[in-house]
Write a new protein. Structure first.
Length: 436
């Protein structure tokens, strides 16, 4: 009976006819003592159901491989069985820390297929930008909070989620949901802002700006945090470009690539803001970029408040503009009674359109399009294909977490096992997007 493999023995391919003694002899001659360990998929520091297969020699990581696909969301395939409008409720759940960006990328694609990009009202675009930037702050707060917790800075965790709650409360008041909002729709928005929203946001911004400085005081000069992140998980510009890595990881190498500047959408070309960069290309630089980006997002939100003007929040085409005419009622949200009165008592044509939109959805001209936005993790794109039907023929999301995860072996290999968690947190992956 064959002798069992000793624990931790490296794999050596000796051919089909090799005896166990010859394998042991090859191992002794190789002078290697390596073990293979699994980090995840249930480890709390892998930011979701991410599995890393690590080959270790002592405390040094010799080889690293990513194992994804444990979430099984099926978001893209599910969109093929729903109308174009209903697809928003699926894509918003992909990167669940940045739902507004999923919705924006998808809806910009639908609008491009419809040829209606220029018809989206200005107020709708201003609100989209404002909510996306608030969402960027909320997402970066989670990135910094969890990174601090995983490296031992528990206070940063409590601070980060404290500020994030303020933003989620605001988003809930506007959209009715804390997450997975389904608020951005093809052609505009579901409903307008509650009347007191601009004042509430204006009161929130100074508080956020003041508390962001707490993170700098807690971490910038913290010798433990800096020791765990400086010169750790290095990846330069060439490596990022070769692997398709975008977002704060790329900007931490010194390249100021930001789709809001290079390929503006939703009117971003009219806003005054900077693209923060760093040059050390390590985990600490990525933290600094995210803090700087939150300050820039506050600048953009302030400009959005100045740009808010009364007006429609959905394009006027009645064959597309449902469901958009809603109102805020005693139950939090409901159908606009004036709209119901018009449909049921004043216009047979409006009733027919409404019935067809609810039961079938609107048809989209045949073609395909790729639209992208700058999410908190990088380029988030939507590739949409239409066969002229009322449902998508194909929906594919280019989620930045999926691409950025391909860089983990480059960040980890050659480093210490203790630095693996710091590398993962600096990437800030969301597995809902990677396993869409």
């Amino acid at each position: 009976m064959a002798e069992a493999d000793p624990p931790g023995a490296p794999y050596v391919d000796m051919g089909a006819d090799a005896s166990w003694e010859s394998v042991l002899t090859a191992v002794r001659e190789d002078h290697q003592e390596r073990i293979v360990v699994n980090l995840g998929p249930q480890h709390p520091s892998t930011h979701g159901v991410l599995r890393l297969i690590l080959e270790l020699e002592g405390e040094t990581v010799i080889e690293a491989r990513c194992g994804i696909g444990y979430l099984h969301t099926g978001i893209e395939k599910s969109c093929e069985y729903r109308s174009w409008t209903q697809g928003v409720t699926f894509v918003t759940r992909a990167d669940y820390l940045a739902p507004m960006f999923n919705e924006a990328a998808y809806c910009l694609g639908v609008e491009a297929l419809l040829g209606a990009t220029e018809e989206v009202p200005e107020r709708a675009n201003v609100i989209r930008v404002m909510l996306m930037e608030l969402g960027r702050i909320a997402s970066h707060l989670v990135a910094i909070a969890t990174a601090g917790m995983e490296l031992g800075a528990i206070t940063v965790m409590t601070y980060g989620f404290r500020e994030r709650e303020l933003i989620l409360d605001m988003l809930e008041a506007i959209t009715g949901n804390r997450m997975n909002h389904a608020y951005i729709r093809p052609g505009g928005l579901v409903t307008d802002l509650p009347p007191d929203t601009p004042e509430r946001i204006a009161e929130l911004l100074p508080l956020l700006r003041e508390r962001l400085e707490d993170y700098r005081r807690l971490l910038d000069g913290n010798p433990i945090f800096r020791g765990r992140t400086e010169n750790v998980a290095y990846l330069d510009t060439a490596g990022c470009l070769a692997l398709g890595v975008t977002g704060p990881i790329l900007r931490a190498t010194g390249l100021p690539h930001d789709l809001r500047k290079s390929q503006p959408y939703c009117g971003y070309e009219d806003y005054d803001f900077d693209v923060p960069t760093r040059t050390d290309a390590d985990a600490f630089s990525r933290y600094l970029v995210r803090v700087d980006e939150m300050h820039q997002s506050l600048r953009i939100v302030e400009q959005c408040l100045e740009r808010l003007r009364p007006g429609p929040i959905m394009l006027e085409d009645p064959k597309i503009a449902w469901p958009a005419r809603l109102s805020l009622g005693g139950d939090g949200q409901g159908i606009d009674l004036d709209r119901v009165r018009h449909i049921m008592a004043e216009s047979m044509e409006a009733l027919i359109y409404h019935f067809k939109l609810v039961t079938e959805g609107f048809p989209v001209p045949a073609g395909q399009v790729y639209t992208a936005v700058e999410s908190p993790r990088g380029e988030l794109g939507a590739h949409l294909v239409s066969d002229e039907g009322t449902r998508p023929y194909r929906v594919h999301l280019r989620d930045p977490s999926f691409n950025n995860l391909q860089a983990l072996p480059a960040l980890i290999e050659g480093g210490l096992l203790a630095d693996v968690v710091a590398a993962i947190s600096s990437v800030d992956p969301v597995l809902g997007g990677a396993d869409r």
